[in-house]
Design a protein around this ligand. Sequence first.
Ligand code: GLN
Length: 539
Amino acid sequence: MSATKYIFVTGGVTSSLGKGIVAASLAKLLQARGFSVTIQKFDPYLNIDPGTLNPYEHGECYVTDDGAETDLDLGHYERFLSTPTSQANNVTTGRIYNTVITKERQGAFLGKTVQIVPHITDEIKRNIQLLGESGKYDIVITEIGGCVGDIESLPFLEAVRQFRWEMGPTETLVIHLTLVPYLNAAKELKTKPTQHSVKQLSETGIHPDILVCRTEHPLPPELRKKIALFCNVNINSVIESIDAETIYDVPLLMKKEKLDERVLAKLKLPNKSEPDLETWKVFLGKLKNPLSEINIALVGKYVELPDAYKSISEAFIHAGAMNECKVKIRWISSEQLQKDSVQQFLGFADGILVAPGFGERGLEGKIAAVQFARENNIPFFGICLGMQCAVIEFARNVLGYKDASSTEMNKETSHPVINMMESQKDVTMKGGTMRLGAYPCELVKGSKAHAIYGKSKIMERHRHRYEFNNKYLKQYEKEGMLATGINPETKLVEIVELRDHPFFIGSQFHPELKSTVENPHPIFVKFVKAANDFAKGKK
Ligand code: GLN
């Protein structure tokens, strides 16, 4: 195939219609037909990236191999496609403006007035083409965040309009996602919001090729006809996107609606064979027919908003299916956990996961959860701050250093078992300055970590400023907490495990970021297995 084709996904009526999932599902279908596909997301806010956003604002910050702090939709893209994304896959308005303004200061536009059109729109178009120009992809799907009609989205839509005009009709395609609400009182599905949304999009000079209509009820043929007529699209380009039991059903639902076939026809791409979705279907079969069930306590401080731990809950879905086991997650706020109430809050758990996080709030509750898991032989998994809590707990209750802590929480501690990394000490800027992205790690032969991965060399993704203080390593190992994953260059401790415990692992990295439907992460798979064994033992 010659040049890359470009698909744009826009949204209207309301946010949270699942643009990211529809984009990922379409990409999956095209990938399963043998095309190489990637997805990028444009976010219309002014932060350079979501790294500085509170999880309550924007959900989890997803980190890529190249160390970009990105939108959580990129997690969906990777989980569906099993191919890595990068900084080029997530661009914000802030990043676009930053590049243009930096160029202005460098004199790149000397003599010219710098404007939204053409300078900002040109920079957006450059970013649209960046992935295509890499030569790696047959198709690039670009999801435009926000809704049509938002002031912030206008430059992106104008760039898309220009890009389509420049590329010609069969090289690009626009899919618009809207809502078809059901009015209970009238017992009717309503098309007016969709009509208005398409009208609004058309005002920007973009006419959608395909409409994906989010609905709680099936769209009857006469309603599809009405939408087609009033929105000026072909009737078979009105695609129903009905609420699904799981997001992983959506590729199959989109296939049933022939979304992929419509796309191929419009882009004049060959439609040679059916998509190969065998592995996907096996996964779904296992997901929906579990043989057992476990209860996992997820201890964190952002528990009111499960999106803050999106990749962790998805990794549990992948690992649960692999084990044919339903994983029920109970979200436990670390702030409510006290030493004397742990039994009451965590007594139900077949496995305890202490989540990543920042700052002092809820720290003591997390440490109490670690102690409960360690002393009661409950399978335990600590991620990033969760691993650091395991290290602190061990120092306080096994090594006897009562005020041991991380210098993030207590600068005055006499035992800084978690300390700021040397490389971080002179860092003053906040955005994009943590230890970010993929780093190598070597696993100690004979360790649990090595058995879990089944190999010695791994690459995992990081997002932190603090580390295990190697000054204490000998004491830890003597008392039974072993460092079994080490960065070969810096000697940073990346994994700790307990010698005398059925399953107690802490990782400084974030394994959840690399778990996909087709490649569930081995630590999650083995953690679920251990929790399943623990549950069976209780009966
Ligand atoms: N706050 C800790 C650090 O910066 C842990 C970060 C995390 O859990 N992602 O090291």
